[in-house]
Write a protein that binds this ligand. Structure first.
Ligand SMILES: C[S@@+](CC[C@H](N)C(=O)[O-])C[C@H]1O[C@@H](n2cnc3c(N)ncnc32)[C@H](O)[C@@H]1O
Ligand SMILES: [Zn+2]
Length: 166
């Protein structure tokens, strides 16, 4: 697996995770999240045969998911106090810095920002942050102040926000 020059993969608090090999300024591109675009049916299949793979899939738009198997995207851990955000572009997903990131720091994003109101996935959180929510759920269940802050920072893709009004 080629991680590029900006990030590497190391043992961290929650298994292996992405770690910065260079400093990032706010909004810098950290890496692209590449993978195979799959249907919800395929993701359900993973949940039955390979739950790890199912859990790793990113929401790609209102109908599709992205399976990052074999790519750096399988190593982005969740934090309730993340330093990166996911951005959806025409061609794919990018991980961009939400705050300054120093060399050696783990790069994390908030999984709730890419979990639609219509997704049933949840995860017990072990991020260890002071503001840890304990359980990671969908965007619809984010505390109002956290949701507002993420919206102000552009940390929630439009297609995820739309699942709250569908
Ligand atoms: C995209 S993978 C990240 C790489 C993973 N840590 C590994 O070692 O393969 C996502 C998985 O990492 C674990 N994970 C990530 N963030 C976590 C957190 N804040 N608390 C508990 N487990 C976490 C969960 O098992 C989750 O399904
Ligand atoms: Zn947490």
């Amino acid at each position: 697996m080629n991680y590029g020059k900006s990030v590497t993969v190391r043992p961290v608090r929650n298994g292996r995770g992405m770690v910065a090999l260079r400093a990032f300024e706010i909004d810098d591109l950290i890496c692209r999240i590449r993978g195979r675009i799959v249907t919800p049916k395929v993701v359900w299949g993973y949940w039955k045969t390979d739950p790890r793979r199912g859990a790793n899939c990113y929401r790609f738009d209102s109908e599709l998911y992205l399976d990052p198997e074999g790519e750096i995207g399988v190593f982005s851990n969740h934090s309730c106090n993340p330093n990166a955000r996911l951005v959806r572009t025409k061609s794919g997903l990018q991980l961009r810095a939400l705050k300054k990131i120093v060399i050696g720091r783990e790069i994390t994003h908030d999984y709730s920002t890419q979990t639609g109101a219509d997704d049933i996935w949840t995860m017990k959180c072990n991020c260890g942050e002071r503001n840890c929510r304990g359980k990671v759920t969908s965007v619809a269940k984010l505390p109002a102040a956290v949701l507002r802050r993420y919206q102000r920072l552009g940390a929630i893709p439009a297609f995820i926000l739309e699942t709250m009004t569908d």
